[in-house]
Every structure is written in C-alpha cells, then in structure tokens.
Design a protein around this ligand. Structure first.
Ligand code: CO8
Length: 260
C-alpha cells in the first residue's frame, strides 16, 4: 500500500502504521484521515495481519491533533463533516477485528489523544504528553474525545482535562488509566512489537472474540453482557483453535493455532 502521509509495513503478522507528517507534528488533515480509513479498511479483511501498531513519525509527536490550519476557515457544516469523517475512521479502528496498539512516541493532543483512545492498548514513551487542548482554540473535542476519555478515565477526570485544556505527562496518563505502560522512548516500538507478536502467537479466534466481548459488553447492562459473553464463549468451541489449545495443554506441548 502506498500513501502520502502514512507509512505501512507488515511482517510476521504485525502491521506497523506510521502517521507521517512530522513537519506538522503528524496533525490530521482530511487527506491523512482518508488514508487511515483506506489503510484500516484493507487491514480488516486481511487475515495475514493479526495485530496493528499505530505510531507517529519523528521523535516529537504521535499526533498533535487535527490540522488547525486546515480547520481555521471551516463553517459549521464543514466542521460537522470533518468531525463525522473522524468518527468514521476512529470507529473503524475501534471496531477492527484485529487488536490495535498505539505506540505513543510524543505529543498526543486533541485528535491525537482521540486517535490513541480509539486503539485497544496504549503504550507511551516517557516523553509522551496527552491532552485535549481544544478549549484553548474555542472548540471541543470532535473525534470522540468527550465519549472515549470519559469512559477510559471517568467523568470527573475527563472534564478536568477537556475544560482546562491542560496537558499531562506519560506518568500521570498511566496513573489515571489512560495508558497501559510507560517505557523509555528507545524501547517503545520494540516493546509494542514484542506485545504484538505475543498476541499474534495466540489463537486468533479467541483474540478477536475477546476484543469483541469487552467492547460490546461494556455497552450493555450486566445481564445482557453475561449472556453475550456466554454466546461468544460457545462460539470458541466451534473453532479448531479451541481443540488445538486444549489438546496441547493436556498433551503438555506448545499449541499450534491456525486462526480458525
Ligand atoms: N495542526 C496543524 N499544525 C500543527 C499542529 C496542529 N494540530 N500542531 C503542531 N503543528 C505545526 C506547527 O504549526 C508548526 O508548524 P511550522 O513549523 O510550520 O510553524 C510545527 O507543527 C511544529 O510545532 P510548534 O512549532 O508549535 O512546536 P512546539 O514544540 O513549539 O510545540 C505543541 C508543540 C505544544 C504540540 C504545539 O505545536 C501545539 O500546541 N500544537 C497544537 C496542539 C493542539 O491544539 N491540538 C488540538 C488541535 S484541535 C483538534 O485536534 C480537534 C479534533 C477534533 C476535530 C473535529 C473536527 C471539526
């Protein structure tokens, strides 16, 4: 796949996608969002790709937000359309069958923080900075920040970040549950690849159903979520991976999963 502002590479079941506009700190304009959409749409149908890593080019930023220069002259209609495009892309990422790991290598602000939150797991370099600074520009988050941040860190903390527009460092982001792990910058990508390969080595039926159960179950009340989990648990037993996984355990050998 060839893109102008994205780098794509895949090896051993792990695809790495890099937002590549370092001069604008990888800010998201319409073209970049459409490239992300096209790339993730391709990935979702590609059985060879088991896990995706999303990161930013350069040492300074993951993604410093939606492109402010591109948004400046928007009227209300254009702004709403841009927000809808962002939602379509970020929902695609969140609902991707494969897990997506964000390797946050610097500023993750505004649309960048929202992009990281659409991923399943967030690993941050010690130099990473998170925030929803839209209020400083006279706007609110428009790519899912008000919903995903509140769900991830709770209503009070989400309001503090969104209403003050203040940035937090990686340690604080870890403390409040916004990121899973904080790593030395030099080890960030390597750790993301290691985690991705570990997930890729598991039975992919279980990996995909596990992601689905958590995401959909969180939107349900507890009784429905339990029934839903039981359905998906039952589905696992229609897979060759379940037969192989349990046989391998009982035969005291490593499992060879085939993803079906
Ligand atoms: N958009 C466009 N360009 C950007 C952005 C951005 N979000 N962030 C940085 N840049 C550009 C700068 O303009 C600068 O360009 P140039 O070299 O041509 O002047 C270059 O990147 C380097 O940036 P700085 O010189 O500012 O670098 P500093 O190290 O001094 O500062 C910061 C780094 C703190 C990250 C600073 O650049 C900054 O505050 N950036 C803006 C962060 C921000 O406000 N992000 C939120 C944007 S709004 C948003 O994301 C809304 C999402 C929902 C949209 C809904 C649609 C309607």
């Amino acid at each position: 796949m060839e893109f102008r502002s994205l780098l794509f590479e895949a090896s051993e079941g792990v695809a790495t996608l890099t937002v590549n506009r370092p001069k604008a700190l990888n800010a998201l304009n319409e073209a970049t969002l459409k490239e992300l959409q096209c790339c993730f749409a391709g990935i979702q149908d590609n059985q060879e790709i088991k896990v995706v890593i999303l990161t930013g080019a350069g040492e300074k930023a993951f993604v410093a937000g939606a492109d402010i220069a591109a948004m400046q002259a928007f009227d209300a209609l254009a702004a709403r359309e841009f927000a809808r495009l962002g939602h379509a892309v970020f929902n695609l990422i969140e609902n991707l069958p494969q897990p997506v790991i964000a390797a946050v290598n610097g500023f993750a602000l505004g649309g960048g923080c929202e992009l990281a939150m659409a991923c399943d797991i967030r690993l941050a370099g010690e130099n990473a900075r998170f925030g929803q600074p839209e209020v400083n520009l006279g706007v609110i988050p428009g790519f899912g920040g008000t919903l995903r941040l509140a769900r991830l860190v709770g209503k009070g903390r989400a309001k503090e970040l969104i209403l003050t527009g203040e940035m937090i460092d990686a340690r604080e982001a870890h403390r409040i549950g916004l990121v899973n792990q904080v790593l030395p910058p030099g080890e960030l990508l390597e750790s993301a690849v290691k985690m991705a390969k570990k997930i890729a080595s598991k039975g992919q039926v279980a990996v995909r159903l596990g992601k689905e159960a958590i995401d959909n179950g969180l939107e349900m009340d507890q009784d429905r979520a339990a029934r839903y989990e039981a359905e998906l648990f039952g589905l696992c037993f229609a897979s060759a991976d379940q037969k192989e996984g349990m046989a391998a355990f009982l035969e005291k050998r490593a499992a060879h999963f085939r993803g079906r």
